[in-house]
Design a protein around this ligand. Structure first.
Ligand code: SF4
Ligand code: SF4
Length: 86
């Protein structure tokens, strides 16, 4: 499944460059100050790392599973393999 950033994000930037899939973006397009994960690009780090890098670095533990995007490991790998650079 993809991950989701919750509203207690403090916009610290720590996760931004850790994502191997360029799935995380800041809120430049909105008035909110939280960051976002593009579920079409988040493979839960499958294909790159054993652990979700964004969860590892987040200082406020505001990243969790997105229950609206449940996917199995095979699907996550398929997604990872189909990613194109932004
Ligand atoms: S779990 Fe991995 S792929 Fe998904 S947003 Fe976090 S760092 Fe990126
Ligand atoms: S590491 Fe956590 S608090 Fe910092 S920008 Fe990413 S989601 Fe927000």
């Amino acid at each position: 499944m993809a991950l989701i950033i919750m509203e207690d994000c403090i916009g610290c930037d720590a996760c931004l460059n850790e994502c191997p899939n360029e799935a995380i973006s800041n809120s430049a397009d909105t008035d909110l100050e939280i960051y976002f994960i593009n579920s079409n690009r988040c493979s839960e780090c499958v294909g790159s790392f054993k652990e979700s890098q964004c969860i590892d670095v987040c200082p406020v533990e505001c990243i969790t599973i997105d229950k609206n995007h449940i996917e199995f490991k095979e699907q996550l790998m398929e997604k990872f393999l189909s990613l194109k650079p932004l």
